[in-house]
Write a protein that binds this ligand. Sequence first.
Ligand code: BG6
Length: 505
Amino acid sequence: MDQSIHIAATQAAAPCTIVIFGASGDLAKRKLLPAIYNLSACGERVAPENFAVVGFARRPMTVEKFRSDARDWAARYSRLELDQKCWNDFATRLDYVSGLDQADGFHRLRQRLEQLEAERHLPPNRIYYLSVPPEAVAECIERLGSAGLIAKPGAANFTRIVLEKPIGHDLVSALELSRLAHQYFDESQIFRIDHYLGKETVQNLLVLRFANAIFERMWGARNVDHVQITVAESEGVGSRAMYYDPAGALRDMVQNHILQLLALIAMDPPVSLEADAIRDAKLNVLRALRPLSHRGAGDLVVRGRYGPGLVEGTAVKGYLQEPGIPPTSRTETFVALKVFIDNWRWAGVPFYLRTGKRLAARESLIYIQFKDAPRILFNRTGELPSNALTIRIQPDEGFSFEVLAKQPGLDITLRPVHMNLRYQSEFSGASPDAYERLLLDIMNGDHTLFVSARFVEKSWEFVQSVLDWWSDDPAIPLHDYAAGTFGPAAADQLLERDGRRWRNP
Ligand code: BG6
């Protein structure tokens, strides 16, 4: 018997045109175009009946070439297999405009949009997806404004803008970008993407926590010993030196993905499932995050950089030998932090966070260790393994609960066992890609899975003190670790000092 409880149906979005700025870039190829194709594919169609996609980039290109490139990308990266009939229908909706780097290009974009909308009976509902390098974002916004491409909020038709991470390079630039965006757009028109929020298991965190009364009662300082969040990657910097070297792991992963996971795991129950209620509850976690002051941060933050090593059996280069990395680079590819959330729920509970490139495995997980039972019965003579809940974000999505059980036999022997849920075996069918979920929500104007301006500001405030501390004091160690390990020994010591250890996948 199907016992599913349907809470919200996928809504049919209003007709619209999505303009992909930077349509020949990696994100458009690998994620955006395949995701829009999947949303519109026959059988699973959730995209509006009438919509168009306009690629906007620098290079001149014919519409036919854009369509045939898009077909190649979708064939390679789409979740659903390409179906010729569906593709033919999708391809007719694709258009292309060049001149992204020229003011004139924006006027041409406007003309083309007006023409398309008239030809296809599309209302001027427009979504501008800025998949451009961070330094180009401000100019795109200003040019959209001067070309008259932005409708006021509350107008009969909507204009929405989508901003990708990184939003700013530091606190000052993030605030500056926010000020500029608000000069042209109302907050209700801005969608800031953190693709982690679109991942199925990340969305499930809310369900796990707030649909199951059992967990919520254990969630806090009274029962939780500590929490670990690990986002480990086996990939190195690859071909992204130009972006990554000025950024590093703290900016690239902690300021956004990791703090989002932290907020979701630590937030109080929101008053409703409305976007604002959820975003406010998450923001409150950042408000309570104890700042990492310069003086105290020495014991609380570890940074590292990968050297050569073996990852999954293959020899790989060290960070400094990667193409495009300057030999003098001091960029961290790994960071581990111990943080506290100074509110009633979490007072005194350490949260250990870590992320790094070229680690032993690609694995993201949240591990919640519960306090031990009183030392009165089974654990009177020695310590027993603690109960723990592990939430696996990727790749093997699911969660497991570690408890103690009696091993069958005449002796009383206890053994830790895992109550394990694997998404793959429990639910059939592949989960939609994070970008499918997020693009659909943008079309529907739903902000729940998007980052608020205040969250961006608060998260930058938090990491900025560490960035300042690192740049003020070059003597702060940048620990080497061999590729294919779980980071430098100093990160292990961060927990060992507290009598704990990282849970490695
Ligand atoms: C991106 C970072 O935001 O997230 C990358 O810029 C990182 O450096 C990526 O590799 C990780 O995403 P995922 O979905 O592969 O875990």
